[in-house]
Design a protein. Structure first.
Length: 479
């Protein structure tokens, strides 16, 4: 990798290696992913004079087992970039490109495969790394100068070695859109001047940046039936969860734009739109396979995907075991999994029945010992935890069909009453208030108001439409 990297990125490669060593030594830094060398396109395929840059937030921790952005075969190493790879290939009729044929340069603002969470909070670059609490002023200045220097030399190599006249830049996600445009704007004039000196030109060589957003005026028009108020491109990770049809169309258009030098002129990218059941060409098989791939990655599987190649029996076994491991890990996460075990036991799942008995026996032992240490230290908190556990094991009040708007079939979800809450009323008396009725689907808690929810009603959480009621349900009055 080092030799071919030095050959391809002649001026940039020493800076890339130097910055990787610097980044790893910073507080909150770690070993960095290095940009893979772009693989030549298949014979007969040509591309224009523009570079393709893929610039993101941080690499998925699932990519760490592969040591970088691509596998040995050149395929993407995490679920998001795999979808980008599949999206481009979905518009080709006769050829499949590996991910390292999709771009000329790929990088992240945070260069290492950081875990998704810091405690219970999503990791973000400026909150958990680039700030005055983590880095001193010199470290922050050196980080920015190092990033700009890499970009400058990448662009110099593109101009001098490959005759490129500009770059089509795919930047997705809030943090990436916050940082990359300003870094590139600083790097481009420096790169053009250095390239002019190297080439011995009187005038600056051309090199412009084009971003796929309405603000910068380059995004292809959306389909007539797609409406999207945002001018920027959402991160593709939401495609298997909750992403509106308009945002899906925006991502597809951005990919088509970034690959305009490679895709046939009549190619249409509809991949992310087709992952939604609202789309006329909904690809349910692809969606389910991607969801299974995500679980396999989270469970530690590091082999190929059946979407890329036919698996050996050994690979099939390893992938199945990884998916099972991930599901089991989810099933050991406290009250949510106690609920899951109770739900499965209610329909006769033998393993779940056994797991539920273990939970009940553990509770009986704790109660016999006089309560947990937490309960002894804080009686109210311990009592609340006991009520939550009891509510989790209680039989559901009802089973209701709910369907996520992000795609997939309706799921039969158990409805339970949340644990009661002890508060003081206006007179100062302690009163037990019964909890609301709620159901769980995906990562969402669907609450039921006193008047219930109607069939066909859209469930909105934090201003976002996430699910639709396939059955009507009105909670019973508190006992």
């Amino acid at each position: 990798m080092s030799l071919s990297g030095a050959n391809h990125f002649k001026r940039a490669w020493p800076r890339i290696l130097s910055f990787a060593a610097f980044f790893a030594e910073l507080p909150g830094g770690m070993p960095a992913h290095l940009p893979p060398v772009p693989k030549p396109l298949p014979e007969g395929m040509r591309r224009g004079q523009r570079s393709r840059f893929y610039l993101f937030h941080y690499p998925s921790p699932h990519s760490a087992k592969h040591g970088g952005y691509v596998t040995d075969e050149g395929h993407a190493t995490d679920e998001t970039t795999r979808m980008l790879e599949r999206a481009v290939n979905s518009s080709h009729n006769s050829v499949n490109l590996t991910f390292d044929q999709h771009f000329d340069y790929i990088a992240d603002i945070y260069d290492g495969p950081h875990p998704f969470k810091v405690g219970k909070v999503d990791f973000t670059f400026d909150k958990h790394f680039y700030n005055s609490k983590k880095l001193n002023p010199k470290q922050m200045a050196d980080w920015r100068a190092g990033k700009v220097d890499i970009l400058k030399n990448i662009i110099v190599d593109e101009i001098v070695e490959r005759g490129r006249v500009g770059a089509d830049v795919l930047v997705t996600g809030v943090q990436a859109q916050k940082w990359w445009p300003s870094l590139l704007a600083e790097a481009v004039p420096l790169a053009r001047e250095e390239a002019r000196v190297i080439l011995g030109l009187a005038d600056l060589p051309p090199f412009d940046l084009a971003f796929p957003s309405e603000q910068r005026g380059e995004l292809p028009s959306l389909p007539d039936d797609a409406k999207c108020a945002d001018s920027e491109v959402q991160h593709p990770c939401g495609a298997l969860k909750c992403m509106s049809p308009g945002h899906r169309a925006r991502v597809d258009a951005a990919i088509q734009f970034a690959q305009r030098g490679v895709l046939p002129e009549d190619a249409i990218v509809e991949y992310f739109q087709a992952l939604s059941p609202k789309h006329g060409n909904f690809n349910d098989t692809e969606r389910k396979q991607l969801q299974a791939d995500a679980k396999a990655l989270a469970g530690g599987y590091d082999g190929p995907s059946p979407l890329d190649k036919e698996l050996t029996e050994e690979q099939k076994k390893a992938r199945t075991e990884a998916i099972s491991k991930e599901m089991s890990m989810r099933a050991r996460g406290g009250s949510k999994v106690v609920k899951a075990a109770a739900d499965a036991a209610a329909v006769g799942h033998e393993e779940a029945v056994g797991r539920l008995e273990e939970i009940k026996e553990q509770r009986r032992r704790t109660q016999a010992q006089g309560g947990s240490a937490t309960g002894k230290a804080n009686g109210q908190k311990g009592a609340k935890k006991k009520r939550e556990d009891a509510a989790a094991v209680d039989p559901p009040l009802a089973w209701v069909n709910i369907r996520l708007l992000s795609g997939g079939d309706a799921e039969l979800c158990p409805v339970r009453r949340a644990s009661s809450v002890i508060k003081k009323n206006a007179k100062g008396d302690r009163v037990v208030y019964p909890g609301n009725c709620r159901a769980y689907i995906g990562n969402f808690i669907i609450s039921f108001p006193k008047l219930g929810r109607k069939k066909g009603e859209i469930v909105t959480i934090s201003g976002v439409d996430v699910a639709v009621m396939e059955d009507a349900y009105t909670p019973p009055p508190p006992a």
